[in-house]
Design a binder for this molecule. Structure first.
Ligand SMILES: N[C@@H](CCC(=O)N[C@@H](CS)C(=O)NCC(=O)O)C(=O)O
Length: 331
């Protein structure tokens, strides 16, 4: 694990000692945009089939959001993907095929950080997945998963004719509010608990995480999806943490007050989303477990990967008891 400083790789973990034992996530820096609704300050790029390439880790929950959107929006024929090896060691993410990477057929990079320095030889910052690459300019478009999910929702619709909308205008306020809670206490909450290096910091974050899971479970007792009757990006963003929870966060990150399996609504909701057409193809449990248990040496020094649990995600779910309308279609 490390970062680039002025284009040079430094093997360096998260500096929790500088923040009183807290894990503090660095904001993504590369924020250009494909399509018309580029936010102020970001360069707007043309949507084109075959021009962009997605670099992911199949273990990473942030990358997983983007992979699910690519799948559900029918973008696989337009946007290629390379995935890293599950192991993130002293050189960071690699494209070692002998360890389970797809390799990098676009740029031939051996290391993910080489793509960041191809983009900018003096890059400074953490080297993260997911990252979207522009083959035409030989540059990174964006390395923030929340942006990439939004972009894929609309940018290529004129090319694909797909008008499914995971961020419908009428639900945006609700989605934004749920996303903020889920991001702070659940998506990033598991990391804040798991990477804490002081007891009271861990306890504070683990309590906040389970309070948020209780809130989501209660919400899903009343309605089919997080924003109501439509499946939206808010559900995709919660799903990628839930699917890793019992297999990794419960043990490895010590988020063990309950399992997702123990929640009456979250457990069935997780199964419904797992069984949603296209979603299970984006999941690789072996990458997920191997990545966390083998890469975070300070948490699991002997690198033993647990044998279980058996998740049984194919079991029937009861979500049809609540009204659901699938994915909203733009007119
Ligand atoms: N804000 C980013 C965070 C992505 C992120 O932290 N990815 C992790 C993998 S799960 C990573 O690449 N970490 C490498 C590092 O921090 O050095 C996003 O959501 O896209």
């Amino acid at each position: 694990m490390g970062l680039l400083i002025n284009g040079e790789w430094h093997d360096q973990g998260y500096e929790t000692h500088k923040h009183g034992g807290e894990f503090v996530r660095e904001s993504a820096k590369l924020r250009d945009w494909i399509g018309h609704d580029a936010p102020p300050g970001s360069q707007a790029l043309e949507p084109e089939a075959g021009r962009y390439h997605l670099y992911v880790s199949l273990a990473c929950p942030w990358a997983h959001r983007v992979l699910i959107m690519r799948q559900l929006k029918g973008l696989a024929p337009l946007i290629g993907v390379s995935h890293t090896s599950p192991l993130m060691g002293e050189k960071g993410w690699t494209y070692r095929e002998d360890e389970g990477s797809s390799g990098d057929a676009v740029n031939g990079a051996a290391y993910h950080h080489a793509l960041y320095t191809l983009h900018d030889g003096h890059y400074t910052g953490r080297v993260t997945v997911p990252m979207l690459w522009d083959k035409k300019r030989g540059a990174i478009v964006n390395n923030e998963s929340a942006d990439l999910v939004r972009m894929l929702n609309t940018a290529f619709d004129d090319l694909t004719g797909d008008t499914r909308d995971f961020y419908p205008a009428a639900l945006r306020e609700t989605i934004d509010a749920v996303n903020a809670d889920v991001y702070e206490h659940i998506n990033n909450g598991v990391y804040k608990a798991g990477f804490a290096t002081q007891q009271q910091v861990y306890e504070k974050h683990v309590q906040a995480l389970f309070a948020a899971l209780e809130r989501m479970d209660a919400r899903l007792g009343e309605q089919r999806y997080l924003a109501g009757e439509w499946l939206t990006e808010a559900d995709i963003r919660l799903f990628t943490t839930l699917i890793r929870f019992d297999a990794v966060y419960h043990g490895h990150f010590k988020c063990n007050l309950k399992r997702i399996e123990d929640y009456p609504n979250l457990s069935h909701y997780l199964r419904e989303l797992y069984q949603w057409p296209g979603v299970s193809e984006t999941i690789n449990m072996a990458h997920i477990q191997r990545h966390y248990y083998l890469s975070h040496v300070s948490i699991n020094p002997n690198g033993i990967v647990p044998a279980g649990p058996l998740l049984g995600l194919e079991r029937a779910h009861d979500r049809a008891r609540l009204p659901g309308r699938g994915v909203f279609q733009r007119a």
